[in-house]
Design a protein around this ligand. Structure first.
Ligand code: NAD
Length: 266
């Protein structure tokens, strides 16, 4: 897989799944527009690791995606740096509570970051990809874009929205480019439990029921939903994202691919 000469903007790539996607792209030789909420130390460390992994360049952008105007501005700023061949909308947040107890402002913030920001970035990036005949948009949704769970109303709403919106974008850009140029595709990856910081509040809450035993909490959470009972490593999502960027994937568009240990097979 060779992404040399290509540039990827990965939102939320200073850590977690976004970082591992960026690392997979860097390993294939892509330049990386690194993004996230991070201090200078974390941002510099992420850029340095991506360059060590093979990226010819890595530049940090710190736009706060709770503001849709900042999401558009992020793509504008990245385009001033380089043409964007690959856009990964990965930044996301979670908050769990029953609907009756979910603050309205929390609902709106989750929708802004997980859904509206992806609309705003695609709106700027996709026309440029179409002009060039190659483009990949990979939206990191979730199993919660395919099925529901208790106490996750805003998250589930945002991820179902992301899956639906990605299908529309895939249709709108289906004829852009050619087999030779690679075409413009828009897909979602839908992870199940994947070991990153976003899970910590849920793991801690469950660990409290097991005398603070974190491993028991993870086993408990997995056994409820994820039939393989194996938690995913973020690098596994990175490997799939990299494959989606290959020219051979030109006809794979409008999909929502679960990486969920059989969660949504049930
Ligand atoms: P994480 O908490 O490690 O990463 C979240 C990223 O989003 C961070 O880089 C952070 O800087 C960025 N971010 C958060 N708020 C932001 C804001 N206001 N503006 C800009 N950036 C912001 O978690 P993760 O698991 O790596 O999450 C990445 C994506 O994967 C999310 O969309 C999440 O919903 C999705 N996902 C994760 C899991 C899982 O089990 N870890 C499962 C399904 C889907």
């Amino acid at each position: 897989m060779d992404l040399s000469g290509k540039t990827a903007l990965v939102t939320g790539s200073v850590q977690g799944i976004g970082f591992e996607i960026a690392r997979a792209f860097a390993g294939a030789g892509a330049a990386i527009a690194v993004h996230g909420l991070a201090d200078a130390v974390q941002a510099e460390a992420a850029c340095a690791e991506l360059i060590a992994a093979g990226a010819p360049e890595a530049k940090f952008f710190g736009h706060d995606l709770s503001d849709p105007a900042a999401a558009s501005a992020l793509v504008g700023a990245a385009l001033e740096w380089r043409a964007i061949d690959i856009l990964v909308n990965n930044a996301g947040i979670q908050h769990t509570a029953p609907i009756a107890e979910m603050p309205l402002e929390t609902f709106q913030k989750i929708l802004s970051i997980n859904l509206t920001a992806a609309f705003a970035t695609m709106q700027v990036a996709l026309p440029k990809m179409a002009e060039r005949g190659y483009g990949r948009v990979i939206n990191i949704a979730s199993v919660h874009g395919l099925v529901a769970s208790l106490h996750k109303a805003p998250y589930v709403a945002s991820k179902f929205g992301l899956v639906g919106m990605s299908r529309v974008a895939a249709l709108e850009y289906a004829t852009a480019g050619s087999r030779e140029s690679g075409g413009v595709t828009v897909n979602c990856i839908c992870p199940g439990w994947t070991e990153t910081a976003i899970l910590e509040p849920q793991i801690s809450a469950r660990a409290a029921l097991h005398d603070g035993d974190r491993a028991a909490a993870i086993t408990d959470l997995l056994s409820e939903k994820q039939p393989t009972r194996r938690i995913s490593d973020a690098g596994e999502v990175g490997a799939l994202a990299l494959w989606l960027c290959s020219p051979i994937a030109h006809n794979l568009t409008g999909t929502a691919i679960p990486v969920d240990g059989g969660w949504t097979a049930q």
